[in-house]
Every structure is written in C-alpha cells, then in structure tokens.
Write a protein that binds this ligand. Structure first.
Ligand SMILES: Cc1cc2nc3c(=O)[nH]c(=O)nc-3n(C[C@H](O)[C@H](O)[C@H](O)COP(=O)(O)OP(=O)(O)OC[C@H]3O[C@@H](n4cnc5c(N)ncnc54)[C@H](O)[C@@H]3O)c2cc1C
Length: 811
C-alpha cells in the first residue's frame, strides 16, 4: 500500500469505486481506495440493480442521468461486462394525482434532457402483456432505463480506475484519521498509515461510525429492504424461446412495488410500510455480504398488490428472499459534498439508490475536489442541508419515513409528520391556537398557512391549487391592506466580528457592505466561478461587528461557507445565533402605526428609513428592528432574544387588534415574493447561473475591489451570458400555477425553465420566475410554458410586477 496519495477514498462499494474512477478520469491518478473486506461486500452486492431515472429533484435527476450514460460505455472501455439490460422502465398511475406527479416530473426530465413517454393503459398492455390494466389511468416510460449487475459495474469501474493508475487496497480497515498541521490527513489503517490531501468517506452502512472518527454525526441510518426472486415462470420462458424482448421494469407506486425479469422468473422488490431502521450502532466489525432474516408478513400486502396486477408472479415458486440494509437520510436523498467544519474531508454517503447514483455522484464529487466547485446545483444533496438537530433518534423516525415514502406521491406542498414537532419557536402554541397549519424546515416548525376558525387545521396537498389557496389569498390581502405578522425564527443568524471582519465580509460578497452602523444590505456570496452560493442580509452593528441573516434551510451550509473562507489568524470571529434569536416580521401599510403603539422609538421614514436597523424596546423586550421584508410592504423584522418572544408577540397582537393584525404563513410569503420577483436560494439562485444571469446586477459591484468569484464573473459576462432571469405572466391558468422546472419554449424549441411560480393575489395574475436564453428576455417577449402537461402562453413582464418602484417598502 502506498503511504502517500492525493485522495484516499474509504469504502469499496459502488459509490467509493465510482468516486475513485471519476477522480482518475479527471486526471488525478494518485488516488487510493481502502476497503475493509472485499469490493461490493457491503450493500452493493445484493442490490437489485435497477437504474431508475425518475427523480423529482433537479440535482439527483442530473446525477442519475450521468450514471446511466456512463455505465453504457464501461464495457467497451474496461472489457468488463456490466450486464446493462436497457429494457425501459414503466411506472403505472392509478389516480389523477399520480398522473399529475408524472406530468410535473416530465417537466423536470425535459429540462435536464431525460426522455419520458406517456402511455395509455392499452399501450402498457401491449408492452407488458402479463400485466392486468384494470384501475390504471396511464403510465410513463423511460426508454433509457433498465437494470445492471451491481457487482459487475463496480468491478468495471475498479478496472477503469486501476488502468488510470489508481490503487485499490482490499482487506484494509480504516481505524482513524488525524489532520496534521500541514493540513494533510493521516489515515490510520490495520495495514499501516497513509497520508493524503483529501479524504472521501463512502462507507455505506458504516457512515455514522466512520464519521464519528472525525467528530461528525453523519445523518445516515440504514433501513431494511427486501426483494423476492422467483423460480422461472413458463410464460416468461416462452417469451424468451419465442424471441420476444425482455419485459421492462414495472413499477406500481400505489402498491409500493417494482418488478423485473430475473433468470426466466421475476424479481419483486417492495418499499414496505414498517420496514425498520437497522445497524443503529453500525454493522458488526466483521460483517460482510450480510443479509437479515426475511420478513414475509411485511411483504404480504405488496405481494398481494403485485399478484393482482401481474398474476404470473403468484404462480411462480419463491426461489430466494433478500433482506438487506439500504443507507438512508431523513429526506431520502444522498449526501454528497464537503463535510461541515473540516477541510478537505468529503462525504459520499447515504445512498438509497446507490447503484443508480454512484457514477454521477462520483462525477460531481471529483469536480468539487479537483476544481473546488461542482458543475451542477448540488443543494439537494449537499451534506450541509441537515443540521445538528438530525440526532440518532430523529434519524430513526425520519429515515424509516423516507423509506416508506419512496413511492408516495411527492406533492410540492408535502409535509411529512415523523420526528415532529422538533424545533419550536416560543410562539408556536400561540400560532397554533390562531389556526396555524405547520410545515417543517431544517427541523423548525413554521406556520404554512392559517385555517379560519371552525375549519379543520389540516393541509390539503395537490399539484394544483389546493384547499388552502383561497385562505392564502385572504392572508396576502390582509398584509397588503392592513398588517400581518409572520414568525421567521427559523432564519439562520450569526454575528461576524473582529478587527478583520469588514475586510473578510467585503471579500466574501459581491455587494458593498453597509458603511454606516445601523444600515442593512442584501449581499450575495458567489462561488469561485461566479455562480451564486447564497444570500445574506448584512447589518452593520458596529465598526467591526456584523449581524448576518440567511435562509433557515441552509444554516449549516451558510455558516460552514463563512467558516471556510474566514482568515485563520483569529482576526475574525463567528457566533451562531440561530437558536438564540427569534424573528417576528410585521408587514403591511399599518405596520408603522402598530410599531408606534408598542415602542417609544420613532418609526417615521426620515428617522427610520428603509434598509436601516435600530435597537428598540417593545414593551420590556430589547429588539433589533430591521426595516425590510421579503413581501414588498412597509414593515420590520424584529430580531430578539428568544425568551422575549411571547412578550413581544402578545404586545403586537394586543396593539394590532383594531388595525386588522393577522398572522400569515410561509405560503402567503411565497406568493407575495413572486410579485416582487424576489429570488430564493435553492430555486432562482444557484451555482449553475452567474450572478448576472440571475439578474442580480444591482447587488454586484465589481469596481469595489476583489471579491470571491469576481474575475470569473466578469469573464463569463465577456463571453456572453447563456441565460437570463425573467419574470413571466402565465396566461389562461385555471387551477395550476407553475411549480418549478417547467419547460419554456419558443415555438417548439426548449429555451429555458421556470424556477418556480405562484399566483399573485395583489396583481391578480399567475406568475413565474425563470431562466431563458438572453435574446428572449426582453419585456413583452411571448413564449410558451408547460404546466402539468398543458402549454400556456407566457409573457416576459417587467421585474417586480407589484410596486416596481418599492414605494410601499419605502413609504
Ligand atoms: C435489497 C436491496 C436492493 C437494492 N436495490 C437497488 C437497486 O435496484 N438500485 C439501486 O440503485 N440501489 C439499490 N439498492 C441500494 C444499494 O445497494 C446501495 O445504495 C448501494 O449499494 C450503496 O453503495 P455504497 O458504496 O454507498 O455502500 P456499500 O456497498 O455498503 O459500500 C460501503 C463499503 O465501505 C466499506 N467500509 C466501511 N467502513 C470501512 C472502513 N472503516 N474501512 C474500510 N472500508 C470500510 C464497507 O466494507 C463496504 O464495502 C438496494 C439495496 C438493497 C438492500
């Protein structure tokens, strides 16, 4: 074994081997993989080998697409057959909501270049003659989909990596890590030590154990998963002797099963309700090729559903049942990217569709390690999207739920109940008594909307306008006409201070920092290639102290970004204030009157202008009031020590009763922000688009001096932008607004995608934000956009369709 390498990859399953291979393909040949037993001896060997392209996530969809393309060429490159049966994949729909899910997915697929066909029940029967089609309303088919032999594809990538100079050491167990003063990592193994620049963990079911070696609580815990292989069935054998093609992979999400041919028989896999978490303490030290005892009771409802659909399955004898461990995360997506709080330490863990994802995950991670950035938006799989709240107990509840939800309908407004409520702002109970219907973000309970008294405090999910739509309109109108109150305690907050704070932040963001104490600016942190990593609201609290607010869902990500770029000479310090500070937003034309009633401070425009902040008291509570909001109305964000929240909340509610003060929720906020063309991190703002492409020109000041991403941004602009941010009016909408990833066409040409959409109650229009080719971004341009399969006429309209001059915010 080498004693020195650029990268050490730990784990010889499909994911680790793919990472090694992709690093070598990108030109880093001095890379080493360490596997405690044999390659594939973890979860990889017993996988069913399916390669489902279907995924609602923009990041994961691109990762899966890359894998499928890569695997097709592996045999020619390495000489190792991978058993890729490109038999297609058919997903059945038994109700209209499922079809809507497929229509929404087809938009995602089209924007990332994955082919999807819609099938009628009769067409399903033609392709899959052993299938009963009663109860079906349709289906989709992925022609490029199929299955592969997991061990063979792993071996092929191992051969490919070795050919390029990579080294693989089997029977080599990693026992610990130490970061040396040089920044390099010392990896301790049972075969000796190895020093490297970067470490990648790809340890599957061992992720929590290997993570713990460097103090990480990795949010991965496996769940049991079973599939059954039958003896050959005469009808399938006959198809083969008749020279008919192999049947495609068949999925019935409503029955929660998948089926494919295997050795003249069938293989049925089920996502069972009640499948338990396993390996809570990690597998045994000597575990390899491990399976659990079968649990047929758990499989029975799915077997019954499958037999109803494909009676042949019930006619074949059972050959073997596999019950193995699948790594899971709370949202079911893998974690691929940098480990928080550590330099040059990477995670490629939590893969529940690891055979499908490995090639693409390795591809992006290799770019990230070698070039410093991935090439696609990886927010959906970034390890830092979870936080310290993801304890073992939370994982137990959430990962079982994520597994059981693989085949549920993924509504855009879906909120899953397990492990909740977890993080609650003090005003939680008060909001609940006012009708709040809660959702969860980064562990925090947030009111999505408020059910009127006497109506059920329940959500109603749909791909179309739901039962809550009208009530969100009521909330928006109240904000616009009176005043609303919104709990935004979930915001990520921190203080950056010290003698070097100003210089550090100035280099971190593209905007000029607020010069004067008490001023606030919206600032964007770019990545090294001029894409937008994130957005911070920055308040200058003192000459050398700044208060930063950013998206609640990305607290760990944003704070890790700050930490990573901070000078290491202690001239800059950071304090995480997320759990110490609460935030209540008051917004609407009567918010000034409200504030004047609860505080002695002067809220007049000349004294307390837009984008400024003051330390005030509300009753007896000290509050930092920042005059800004995300809804485009006169208003203040009230930041306070959490223990004062209920006092402040009560004071506001009492003083605001005759002003029409009413709570509003996240869904109303979302509608209101579309009318202002306010971008959101994770949808409109991403590393895939430069700051100029995202239309952030007024927040970018290249003449202020150097900042991260500046030169790359200017070079990109000189070369010509590939996209341009637009605000769109969507015409002839009756019941379904854009949800994001909607393809946009000029004639029949695909020219962009909506990043999101909503109905704007103040302007009375269905709106969308999106990216199109720059030559089509002029106001007045007429294009077309698909929403749930229906094409709509859309018009590019001026940014901020509501109150373009911000007269209300500045009033
Ligand atoms: C029944 C079943 C069916 C499945 N079907 C499919 C499917 O059809 N399609 C699909 O995409 N996915 C499927 N999966 C999921 C798939 O198996 C996993 O996502 C995938 O195998 C994960 O690969 P991995 O490399 O992350 O983990 P593993 O294959 O578990 O590899 C991790 C490796 O790390 C090694 N390791 C751990 N700790 C150390 C250490 N300290 N030192 C050195 N080495 C270490 C382990 O020995 C192990 O070999 C299925 C899973 C199950 C259980």
């Amino acid at each position: 074994m080498k004693t020195q390498a650029r990268v050490v990859v730990v784990g010889g399953g499909v994911v680790g081997v793919a990472t090694l291979y992709q690093l070598a393909r990108l030109g880093w040949y001095d890379v080493v993989l360490l596997e405690r037993h044999e390659l594939t001896s973890g979860s990889t060997w017993h996988a069913a080998g399916l390669l489902p392209l279907f995924n609602m996530s923009y990041s994961v969809g691109q990762i899966h697409k890359h894998s499928v393309a890569l695997y097709q060429g592996l045999e020619a490159e390495t000489g190792q057959a991978v058993g890729f049966s490109q038999v297609s994949n058919i997903r059945l729909a038994m109700n209209q909501d499922r079809l809507d899910e497929y229509r929404q997915y087809a938009g995602v697929a089209e924007t990332i270049g994955i082919e999807v066909k819609f099938l009628t029940p009769a067409e399903v029967l033609e392709i899959w003659p052993l299938c009963h089609i009663d109860g079906l309303v349709g289906a989709i088919q992925h022609p490029d989909d199929g299955y592969i032999q997991p061990a063979d594809v792993t071996q092929a990538m191992a051969i490919g990596a070795r050919k390029l100079g990579a080294e693989i050491n089997r029977q080599t167990t990693v026992e610990g890590f130490k970061q040396m003063t040089s920044g390099e990592w010392l990896v301790k193994t049972n075969q000796g030590d190895i020093v490297c620049e970067h470490v990648v963990l790809a340890t599957g079911n061992f992720a929590r154990r290997t993570g713990a070696m460097v103090g990480l609580e990795v949010p991965v815990m496996p769940v049991e998963h079973q599939y059954i292989v039958t003896e050959p069935h005469p009808d399938i054998v006959k198809r083969h002797t008749d020279g008919l093609p192999e049947l495609g992979v068949l999925r019935e999400p409503d029955g929660s099963w998948y089926l494919r041919e295997e050795g003249g028989g069938l293989l049925l896999g089920c996502y069972e309700k009640g499948a338990p978490i396993c390996y809570t303490e990690g597998p045994d030290e000597d575990a390899e090729y491990e399976l659990f005892p079968e649990d047929l009771d758990r499989l029975t409802p799915h077997i019954d559903a499958a037999i109803k659909r494909v009676p042949a399955f019930g006619e074949a004898g059972v050959k073997r049942v596999y019950n193995g461990a699948i790594p899971y995360t709370p949202d079911g997506n893998p974690i691929i990217g940098p480990a928080w709080g550590l330099r040059n330490f990477w995670l490629n863990e939590g893969h529940s569709f690891g055979i499908t994802a490995a090639g693409g995950a390795g591809w992006q991670l290799a770019h990230w390690i070698i070039e410093g950035e991935p090439t696609i938006d990886m927010l959906g799989v970034d390890p830092r999207r979870f936080g310290a709240y993801a304890s073992a107990d939370y994982l137990q509840a959430k990962n079982e739920e994520a597994y059981a939800s693989v085949f549920t309908i993924h509504y855009p407004d879906e909120e899953r109940p397990a492990g909740r409520p977890l993080l609650q702002a003090p005003c939680y109970e008060r909001l609940k008594s006012l009708g709040a219907v809660f959702g969860q973000k980064a562990g925090w309970e947030r009111a999505n909307w408020f059910a009127p008294s006497g109506t059920p405090q329940e959500d109603d999910w749909s791909f179309r306008r739901s039962g809550w739509f009208e009530q969100v309109g009521v909330e928006c109108r109240n904000v616009s006409e009176n005043v609303g109150i919104l709990d935004m305690t979930a915001f990520a907050k921190c203080r950056i201070f010290g003698t070097g704070a100003e210089a550090f932040l100035d280099n971190l963001v593209a905007n000029r920092l607020p010069k004067t104490v008490g001023r606030v600016r919206l600032c964007h942190a770019l990545n090294s290639i001029g894409g937008v990593h994130g957005e911070f609201t920055i308040l200058r609290e003192a000459a050398d102290s700044f208060y930063l607010v950013s998206a609640g869902g990305y607290q760990r990500l944003d704070h890790d970004w700050l930490w990573r770029h901070m000078p290491r000479d202690s001239s800059v310090q950071m304090i995480n204030l997320t759990s110490a500070k609460g935030v209540l937003v008051v917004a609407g034309p009567k918010s000034r009157t409200l504030m004047q009633r609860v505080s002695d401070a002067n809220f007049e425009n000349g004294v307390f202008p837009w984008l400024s902040a003051k330390n005030i008291t509300v009753g007896r509570a000290p509050v930092t009031a920042m005059r800004l909001n995300y809804v485009g109305e006169l208003g203040w964000e009230l930041h306070h020590d959490l223990e004062f929240q209920n006092q402040i909340f009560a004071a506001l509610m009492t003083a605001g009763a005759d002003l029409g003060l009413k709570p509003f929720g996240i869904r109303a906020m979302d509608s209101l922000r579309y009318e202002k063309s306010y971008r959101m991190v994770g949808t409109e703002i991403s590393i895939e688009y430069s700051a100029y492409e995202s239309g952030l020109d007024r927040f970018v000041h290249p003449d202020k001096g150097d900042f991260i991403g500046r030169d790359a941004l200017l070079t990109r602009r000189e070369r010509g932008n590939a996209h341009r941010f637009v605000t769109l009016e969507v015409h002839d909408v009756t019941d379904a607004d854009a949800l994001g990833n909607n393809p946009i066409y000029d004639g029949s040409d695909l020219v962009g995608r909506a990043t999101g959409g909503n109905y704007g109650f103040r302007v009375g229009k269905s709106l969308a934000l999106g990216m199109v080719h720059p030559e089509l971004a002029a106001v007045g341009t007429e294009l077309r956009m698909k929403i749930l399969g229906t094409e709509h006429r859309v018009t590019v309209i001026p940014e901020s369709p509501f109150d373009a001059k911000n007269e209300r915010s500045r009033a």
